[in-house]
Write a protein that binds this ligand. Structure first.
Ligand SMILES: Cc1ncc(C[n+]2csc(CCOP(=O)(O)OP(=O)(O)O)c2C)c(N)n1
Ligand SMILES: [Mg+2]
Length: 788
């Protein structure tokens, strides 16, 4: 508890007594409902499987005053909040009082279809702004939410009456252990983030432990060095008043010097513990001892546990005072985990639950009548009318709904680019974007790109030269002005359309998540595109997971990929990413082979991202140049390419071997085909543009068949053109299992080729030979598949 900084709050703006009385009632009600919701789920709702339900009574109790002050007095409808995951019960209770959550959902907290364990934008129905659950991510996305808010405002994409809001993160103190927090803070500092509040529930406890002493000093310094205002809320009103009594400061000093674990333990033990320690440690100070002796057990306990973060009046005053500007602000609010509950301060309280007797005692203390557990007013001091009136004036739900939408961005029937006889998909992606950049179209204006320091090496350079880098302030390109020759013109301005991020893949996905919600958050549709090296998707995977979990819509362009990046390899070769493409919900993956496929896929993606039934899209590209095929693209071919797989080569007779491949392996497939044809084998080649889509389609077909609908999936349909006893050889520059499932889907013996070990540097010939994905390996695999 060592901290020499006193709370910064002043009493300049008073809250009316009546408002305060009602707020304390609301606080009481939220405390009760959060604890009861969890108790009901664990002890009253019948259990069918004996599995622990859980919920976090202590984490919830810790942050109630903070959330009540925010939601009932401070937040306005334009503000957006990321609530710490374990405060979901508090959030749901608040929404219940505000009429956005129903009793049924609360009774079914953590049950199927009920209120979610952790606030979920997509699964909850009570107005969650940002989904949280993986600690650190919820807080961090608010920084990017704020940057995107500035972006759409400065680009005039918002309606005339749009008001910028605060992006508020409510964080547990242990969330600050997550590295992504600092990546986000640094990016925010670079981009001059504003309108962002982080409120840290500083209960000095994580899941397992009590945190190190003096941590707040580090937090203080860190935020200050990032340009944030830091406001420490330490003493509640009762403790603040001690400073005015003789001897009171001695008690405050004692608290300042009390180690975190002792303070927590005494909060748990109550008055007896406090008295014993204070009497011993302050025995030489008569005034302090007089104060201690003058307090009843209850008053002593209340006073000593009166930290500002658990005192609605103290937090409110601080929020009101900081609410007059757009400076990013971190509030370090001292709290007690489990405040007001028998679990308070106990080091094991994270997953602790009150037992039946404790709950009964708690109910009695709060005057909630038996049978009135879900009642809005039972046990409160203020009248029903007064509370109703207070709730009806809530500034958060004043005026229109907080749900926005925007009209769709028009996507043309063709994207222009110049193809060459030999080319690679990454380069073509760059060319397509460059051409879009030249247009004065809606699409050209609404695309916003992001890259974590791989802009040029993922071929976004041309686009950025035209569209400039986005920054709130205008910044000249000094190299350009000084006439230093460079292909890049890196001018930054508020009109720019590219976010040049530092090398932090978490930030890329947080930014894409925030931008991909722009239509719903700000009523401004965007087409966010992020570029990344394919292998580094894993680096930000959890942030990607959360971005798509909240149904943010964006295009992820991952390139280069696989061992096909050749000499540049080392540890840059991606192996498992197609499996991520298949396994990750809400993310449709494509891996095109040819330039014309990529054009079709991008065009489709821009529309699919905007389709309510669509999702985000991931395209895996390559820098490997391969000969292109000349063909007229018509609607049928387009459809086939987008279906996930199509016949690139079909044997005269029904085939007895099908080579199934994805991406850049086409030249090896054709080389092997020539050899196999010499043996008079009937071989067909199936190009898989999206194993992910084919797999999903197959699963859907199974579901339909299970309810009696006679349907065939695309992959099953395709294989009708093969012989019954035919075999499959699959090939991909990625883990061999990526395409193996096809054998199971169509009931055919399959030999899978791919890269199952870490990559190596080398030329493609050596590498393909070493990993057995060259033409010889394909021919061998065919022989093997046919042999037994
Ligand atoms: C990324 C991630 N790792 C681990 C967890 C498991 N976990 C849940 S809560 C928690 C500790 C949280 O402590 P703190 O943030 O201080 O919250 P509070 O004390 O307010 O409960 C941990 C480790 C998680 N939710 N997310
Ligand atoms: Mg904590």
């Amino acid at each position: 508890m060592k901290n020499n900084k006193l709370s910064q709050i002043s009493n300049s703006q008073k809250i009316s007594d009546i408002d305060l009385r009602i707020l304390k009632d609301v606080e009481k009600k939220v405390s009760w409902l959060s604890a009861w919701m969890i108790h009901n789920a664990n002890n009253i709702r019948p259990s069918l499987d004996g599995i622990k339900v859980g919920g976090h009574q202590a984490s919830s109790a810790s942050i109630i005053s903070i959330m009540v002050a925010l939601y009932f007095k401070i937040l306005k409808s334009e503000d957006r909040v990321a609530v710490k995951p374990h405060a979901a019960p508090v959030f749901h209770s608040i929404q219940y009082l505000l009429g956005n959550q129903n009793k049924d959902k609360l009774e079914n907290f953590r049950a199927f279809g009920g209120a979610q364990s952790y606030p979920s934008r997509t699964k909850d129905t009570d107005d969650v702004d940002y989904s949280t659950g993986s600690v650190g991510l919820g807080g961090a996305i608010t920084i990017f939410g704020s940057l995107i808010q500035d972006y759409v405002t400065q680009h005039n994409f918002v309606s005339k009456n749009f008001k910028p809001g605060k992006m508020v993160a409510l964080l547990g103190d242990a969330e600050l252990d997550e590295g992504n927090i600092y990546e986000a803070l640094l990016e925010g500092a670079k981009q001059n983030v504003r309108n962002c509040w982080w409120v840290i529930d500083y209960n000095r406890q994580s899941l397992d432990a009590v945190v190190a002493d003096k941590l707040h000093l580090k937090i203080d310094e860190l935020f200050a060095s990032m340009g944030w205002r830091v406001i420490t809320l330490k003493y509640g009103k009762k403790l603040q008043s001690l400073s005015k009594i003789k001897g009171g400061n001695k008690i405050l000093n004692w608290i300042d010097n009390c180690p975190n674990d002792l303070y927590s333990a005494l909060s748990y033990m109550g008055s007896k513990g406090w008295r014993e320690h204070l009497n011993k440690d302050l025995k030489n100070n008569k005034d302090a001892i007089n104060i201690i002796n003058s307090l009843s057990d209850e008053d002593l306990n209340e006073t000593m546990s009166n930290l500002a973060g658990n005192d609605v009046e103290a937090v409110l005053e601080a929020f009101i005072e900081a609410d007059n500007d757009d400076i990013p602000t971190c509030f370090i609010a001292y709290t007690i985990k489990g405040f007001g509950l028998p679990l308070a301060g106990h080091k094991d309280n994270h997953s602790g639950l009150m037992n039946n007797d404790q709950m009964k005692g708690y109910q009695k203390n709060l005057n909630v009548k038996n049978g009135d557990e879900w009642d809005y007013y039972s046990g409160l001091d203020s009248s029903e009318d007064l509370i109703k009136d207070f709730l009806s004036k809530n500034p958060f739900y004043e005026g229109d709904k907080r749900l926005f939408s925007d009209k769709k961005i028009y996507i043309p029937n063709k994207l222009n680019y110049k193809n060459a006889e030999v080319s690679n998909t990454q380069e073509v992606f760059g060319r397509i974007l460059n051409e879009i950049g030249k247009e004065d179209s809606d699409l050209s204006k609404r695309i916003v790109t992001f890259s974590p320091d791989v802009t040029v090496s993922t071929s976004l350079g041309g686009w950025v030269n035209q569209k400039q880098i986005y920054n709130r302030e205008h910044k000249e390109d000094i190299f350009h002005n000084e006439k230093v020759v460079s292909a890049q013109k890196w001018l930054a301005s508020p009109k720019g359309q590219h976010f040049e991020l530092g090398i932090a893949e978490n930030n890329l996905f947080l930014a894409l998540g925030a931008a991909g919600l722009s239509d719903k958050m700000f009523g401004s549709a965007l087409i966010p595109i992020g570029t990344i090296y394919d292998t580094f998707i894993s680096r930000g995977l959890d942030a990607l997971n959360y971005a798509v979990y909240q149904d943010a819509r964006f295009l992820l362009v991952a390139t280069p990929s696989g061992i096909s990046l050749g000499p540049e390899g080392g540890a840059h070769q991606s192996i498992i990413t197609p499996l991520i493409g298949i396994g990750q919900p809400n993310l449709l993956m494509f891996e095109p082979t040819y330039a014309d496929e990529l054009e079709i896929i991008l065009r489709y993606t821009f529309a699919y991202m905007q389709d309510p039934k669509g999702s985000s899209v991931y395209v895996r590209l390559s820098t490997r140049n391969i000969p292109q095929i000349k063909r007229e693209i018509n609607e049928k071919i387009e459809e086939e390419i987008l279906s996930g797989g199509y016949w690139l080569e079909k044997s005269k007779n029904k085939s007895n071997i099908t080579i199934v491949f994805s991406g850049v392996m086409a030249p090896e497939v054709f080389e092997a085909l020539e050899v196999l044809k010499e043996d008079n084998l009937d071989v067909s080649v199936l190009s898989i543009t999206s194993g992910d889509r084919l797999y999903k389609d197959w699963k859907e077909a199974q579901k339909q068949r299970s309810i009696g609908n006679k349907v065939l999936s695309r992959i099953e349909e395709l294989f009708l053109d093969t012989r019954k006893e035919s075999v499959i050889v699959s090939l991909i520059d990625a883990h061999s299992s990526s395409l193996t499932w096809i054998g199971g889907a169509v009931g055919k013996k399959t030999v899978s080729l791919g890269v199952d070990e870490f990559g190596q540097s080398g030329n493609l010939k050596d590498l393909y030979q070493h990993y057995s994905i060259d033409a010889d390996a394909i021919v061998d695999a065919c022989a093997q598949a046919l042999s037994n």
